[in-house]
Design a protein. Structure first.
Length: 147
């Protein structure tokens, strides 16, 4: 599945960068996130997150790594998650550009591959649930940074 979007945040690019590249800050907005542990600052962290697709609920243990950081312009992240009988691989890229009136345009993409039991049981719901959770996440991020 491929997702992408643009979010305008009324804050300078460096402030947006600092928030979005800090696992502890971002964790305040991630739906279903149960824990975040930084393994190597600015490089690797672990995250445990639960997600539900209708009556199917699953908790993934994720290894997350920043594979490219170009402050405050672009970041690329890869994640691999495991749950009993299922797995997920995510590649996400964000770009930050100057917006009007000192704002920042956040352009993002995410490519997600889900395999195993969860993929077969919840395939019909994955797109809509992911779009809903992504919307909640970016609304929260925007609110926290602009506050």
């Amino acid at each position: 599945m491929h997702f992408e979007g643009t979010v305008n945040i009324k804050a300078p690019r460096q402030k947006v960068w600092d928030y979005l590249t800090d696992p502890q800050s971002v964790s305040q907005c991630a739906p279903g996130l149960q824990s975040v542990d930084v393994v190597e600052p600015d490089k690797k962290f672990k995250a445990v997150a639960g997600v539900g697709f209708g009556s199917v609920k699953v908790t993934f243990e994720n290894d997350v790594e920043w594979v490219a950081l170009d402050p405050p312009n672009r970041a690329e992240m890869k994640a691999h998650g495991k749950a009993p009988g299922s797995g997920v691989d995510i590649t996400s890229v964000m770009g930050l550009v100057e917006g009007p009136d000192g704002s920042t345009e956040l352009q993002w993409t995410a490519d997600i591959v889900v395999v195993g039991t969860i993929a077969s049981l919840a395939s019909r719901l994955m797109g809509s649930v992911t779009r809903k959770l992504t919307g909640e996440f970016f609304n929260c991020v925007k609110g926290k940074i602009e506050a």
